[in-house]
Design a binder for this molecule. Structure first.
Ligand code: ZN
Length: 90
């Protein structure tokens, strides 16, 4: 794994921990930092990162806390508290 990919992994873990502690702003900063590193290094974000971060407001999503998850025919719909919906096939 490259250094950049490792940093993204670590930021993902930090964002998840912060979001679970209710530190949404801190989680958002980690999400943004990881996105920037990915961009700069032309990496795509890991699947779990994409699934648990909001494209609109950069929140790290914790189902039941700041996001609702519903299953629709063939995909999962994740709704962020900001109103953004993300669909993921499963
Ligand atoms: Zn959002």
């Amino acid at each position: 794994m490259t250094v950049a990919a490792e940093r993204i992994e670590r930021l993902h873990d930090l964002a998840r921990a912060a979001a679970r502690d209710g530190e949404d702003d801190r989680a958002r900063r980690y999400v943004r930092r990881a996105r920037r590193i990915a961009e700069r290094n032309r990496l795509s974000l890991p699947e779990r990162f994409k699934r648990f971060s909001c494209d609109a407001c950069d929140a790290y999503l914790v189902p039941g806390r700041n996001a609702r998850v519903r299953t629709r025919s063939g995909h999962v719909v994740v709704a962020c508290d900001c109103g953004e919906l993300a669909r993921h096939p499963y």
